[in-house]
Design a protein around this ligand. Structure first.
Ligand code: HXC
Ligand code: NAP
Length: 281
């Protein structure tokens, strides 16, 4: 779908790049010519992904263990990357989530999700943004959000409040830094099967079935679809898109919003016939 050197000479950091959507984006960016850094907490997972993608794409990929909740650790990671060459693109993808009744979520659990999703995104964005501004370099930030960020969602409330903050950060800095060559955008994906997400938010077959049922296309998204949209949004091909959170969910969000969306499940062909206006004789 893209020219194979779309991301040539681009240096990209993907947080949470060892698994799931982060790994899929790493693969696509490497195929399109970028040099990629991936970070996460588990060093062995990162090393395995880096080795696998290096062979698969013949591209330049580096793995760095870093917990994005820790601001000093993020600064040290960004310093290490910058000492070789500055980044051009940051992808805030690392996240934590689980389903729970909110009244039962412990203080440590709140801190954990807010720490990864909101504070981790803030630490990485500020670490890169300050350097780009100081060096008068262009930069792009892409944050992976969720469809429920603008409206909230029951049972994933620590994630919902954190992703809403990520969206606000994206839109705010797009305006504040837009006049200095820095673009910030987001992607709000619907369900895309990954071990990390589905084991935590759709852990039972009936929950997966419910998610499919809520989707007009009756299928989940794929990691390739997500990686292609991400490649476009971080590339110079989208250079006038700034401050947007692009939903990619097969229409699931709109199906939930439309007051009459579910009529098709309830009304039969005979019902529709009987509802047609009677011809006047
Ligand atoms: C309630 C839970 C819990 C659960 C953990 N905790 N899992 N509480 N329900 N299912 C509590 C623990 O009991 C502990 O609190 C606190 O959270 C911290 O957990 P730890 O395991 O000690 O530590 P930590 O490593 O910080 O764990 C982070 C995590 C975990 C977020 C809880 O799930 C994780 O590592 N996740 C990373 C990957 C991930 O979540 N990927 C999915 C992203 S999907 P106490 O008080 O007992 O000490 C997504 C969008 C999906 O974001 C949208 C789909 C459509
Ligand atoms: P995933 O495989 O669990 O990815 C999460 C990644 O974040 C892991 O690689 C994890 O690695 C890393 N991470 C977690 N805590 C971290 C920390 N403190 N510091 C650094 N890295 C950390 O799940 P995914 O489905 O690919 O999710 C990727 C992104 O897509 C997330 O932002 C998620 O909210 C979003 N999303 C996913 C879906 C979906 O259906 N899959 C839908 C909407 C949005 P370690 O555990 O090794 O740290």
């Amino acid at each position: 779908m893209f020219h194979p050197d779309l991301l040539a000479n681009k240096r990209i950091l993907i947080t949470g790049g060892g698994t799931g959507l982060g790994k899929a984006m790493a693969q696509r960016f490497l195929e399109l010519g970028a040099a990629v850094h991936i970070c996460g907490r588990r060093e062995e997972v990162l090393e395995q992904t880096a080795a696998e993608l290096s062979v698969a794409t013949n591209g330049e990929i580096h793995a760095i263990a870093c917990d994005v909740r820790n601001r000093e650790a993020v600064e040290a990671m960004i310093d290490e990357i910058w000492s070789e060459a500055p980044l051009d693109i940051l992808v805030n993808n690392a996240a934590g989530n689980f389903i729970a009744r909110t009244e039962e979520v412990s203080p440590r659990a709140w801190e954990s999700v807010i720490g990864i999703v909101l504070m981790g995104t803030l630490h990485c964005t500020m670490a890169c943004g300050r350097r780009w501004l100081k060096e008068k370099r262009n930069g792009t930030v892409l944050s992976i959000s969720t469809t429920y960020a603008p409206v909230g969602s029951a049972y994933v409330v620590p994630s919902a409040v954190s992703k809403a903050g990520v969206d606000a950060l994206t839109r705010s800095l797009a305006v504040e830094w837009g006049n200095r060559g820095i673009r910030l955008n987001g992607i709000a994906p619907g369900p895309i099967p990954t071990q990390g997400a589905f084991s935590r938010v759709l852990p039972r077959p009936e929950l997966e079935a419910m998610a499919l049922d809520h989707n007009p296309m009756h299928r989940f998204g794929t990691t390739e679809e997500l990686a292609n949209l991400a490649a476009f949004l971080v590339s110079d091909g989208s250079s006038y898109i700034n401050g947007e959170i692009i939903r990619m969910d097969g229409g699931e969000f709109l199906q939930g919003a439309g007051a009459f969306s579910n009529l098709g499940r309830i009304l039969t062909d005979a019902d529709w016939e009987s509802l047609k206006p009677r011809k006047k004789s």
